[in-house]
Ligand binder design. Structure first.
Ligand code: OOG
Ligand code: MG
Length: 252
């Protein structure tokens, strides 16, 4: 099976909400090839008129690595079709087996074209917010290898961003929660994300500059979930809360 076939199958799986077998079960491919497939997959979205709105980091916390049985940081692309507006009602039929996770989002304010240091960050990002990511692996049973999930654009399908707030110098030590109908279903701390969620921006700047990619002002960065993800089901009010940054939510 060629990389083009894999990206085509993943795209069809996403657009028809029909799961497929893990790509790595029929052909072995490298991490580099996996990102090539992801690239082709995004091109299908761009060809349909979608626009890139940002990037996401995955497996930046131990909770996520343990839940999914993988052990390295990954990155994927977000597009405008994935945006869920705060308080929107989403139709679960669009998805295969969606899960939600509480996240921290950053907004880029100046083109990022080199690897940043912690000191650089306030010049390149201007705001942060509490967010919810909806993930929906295109693979049956939500099971994959690292290469599989990278090819599948890191399970990306939806994101919901709270009100943008000014950055704070220290964003470690903040409780972050996911709630279903106001009941806490996942409870974490921001430092679970690479010891400091700002580190996700640094990692993304490294990955982007290694790939000659310039991140643009206005684009968003999802730092990765601090906790494991929870299955979505009908008739839920899904909320994420981040201490000092408020709450955001949507309905299923
Ligand atoms: C892959 C995406 C991981 C995160 O925040 O760690 C991710 C998955 O769990 O399906 O988005
Ligand atoms: Mg995530």
């Amino acid at each position: 099976m060629s990389n083009t076939t894999i990206s085509q199958q993943l795209d069809t799986a996403a657009t028809t909400a029909t799961p497929i077998a893990q790509a790595s079960e029929s052909v072995k491919f490298s991490l580099e090839e996996a990102y090539n497939i992801q690239h082709q997959l995004i091109q299908h979205r761009l060809d349909r008129g979608e626009a890139i709105t940002g990037y996401k980091l995955g497996f930046t916390s131990k909770a996520k690595m343990q839940q999914m049985g993988v052990d390295d940081l990954i990155w994927g692309v977000l597009t405008d079709s994935m945006e869920i507006k705060p308080n929107e009602h989403i139709n679960l039929e669009k998805y295969i087996h969606p899960r939600a996770e509480p996240e921290v989002a950053f907004r880029i304010s100046k083109p990022i074209d080199c690897q940043l240091t912690m000191q650089d960050l306030p010049q390149y990002i201007d705001k942060m917010a509490v967010a919810i990511e909806v993930i929906d692996s295109r693979y049956k049973n939500f099971k994959f290898s690292l290469e599989d999930v990278i090819a599948d654009n890191c399970s990306s399908i939806g994101y919901c961003i709270g009100e943008w707030q000014d950055l704070k110098e220290d964003i470690t030590g903040l409780p972050i929660q996911l709630k279903f109908n106001d009941k806490i279903v996942q409870d974490g701390m921001t430092q679970a994300i690479l010891d400091n969620p700002y580190q996700s921006v640094i990692e993304l700047s490294r990955l982007a500059s290694d790939n000659n990619l310039v991140l643009k002002p206005g684009q968003i960065i999802l730092a990765g979930a601090a906790t494991a993800a929870e299955w979505l089901k009908p008739e839920l009010k899904v909320t994420a809360a981040l201490q000092g940054f408020g709450e955001v939510g949507f309905w299923t």
